[in-house]
Write a protein of this length. Structure first.
Lengths: 37, 174
């Protein structure tokens, strides 16, 4: 995905709070890929 | 101190040759205003310290005194200029301690991001959290969730728009 010009401040904001956000929003569980037969 | 009215004093010579002395300094230093200041300073010195006795060539001595005063002034100005220039070239050092206002803004920004992410639809939130918070590459997010990269991009766009809208609404400038 190409980074939009206005996205930089938002990315900076996310970067500032990344550690706390990681605590609040843990890694979502992966959905196992459907098996191909 | 004996005073012979027939003999020109330094002060009377300075008054008589004022323009000539200013011009003498201006020719060497190129600044008429500075030259005037120098000759004025010399005049004040003469008034304060009194006349020297037995000066055979008062104009020549005044030229010498004025020239020395001009050199001294020029050096002093140059030192001051270099100092001011050096000060202006110093980098502005930001205080690392956050001000109370900044701390407040940062806390507010965090809360707005949390609200925005928490308000995303579940699948959109999972994509956003994986990529934007846990920094998992988009292709891996797609693989982990069993969706296409196009869908990942779509969810990211929605997530970013929600965050931007939430932050923009509150005008936070941390």
């Amino acid at each position: 995905m190409t980074k939009q010009p206005e996205q930089a401040p938002l990315d900076e904001a996310l970067g500032r709070h990344r550690d706390e956000l990681k605590q609040l929003f843990p890694m979502p569980p992966s959905r196992p890929a459907p098996s191909k037969r | 101190m004996s005073f012979d009215p027939a003999k020109p004093t330094l002060l009377s010579t300075l008054v008589r040759h004022y323009d000539e002395l200013v011009d003498h300094i201006r020719r060497r230093f190129g600044d008429r205003s500075m030259a005037r200041d120098v000759v004025h300073d010399v005049c004040v010195q003469l008034l304060e310290r009194g006349e020297k006795e037995d000066v055979r060539t008062p104009l020549a001595l005044l030229r010498k005194i004025s020239h020395d005063a001009a050199v001294s002034r020029y050096r002093s100005d140059r030192r001051r200029g270099a100092w001011v220039e050096a000060i202006s070239e110093l980098p502005e050092v930001a205080c690392p301690a956050a001000t109370p206002m900044t701390r407040y803004d940062t806390a507010r920004e965090f809360q707005l991001l949390v609200d925005a992410i928490a308000g995303l639809p579940p699948r959109c939130q999972a994509v956003f959290v994986m990529h934007k918070i846990h920094e998992i590459p988009q292709a891996e997010v797609a693989a982990r969730l069993g969706i296409s990269i196009k869908t990942v991009e779509k969810h990211l766009r929605l997530g970013l728009a929600a965050c931007r809208q939430r932050l923009g609404r509150d005008e936070v400038h941390p």
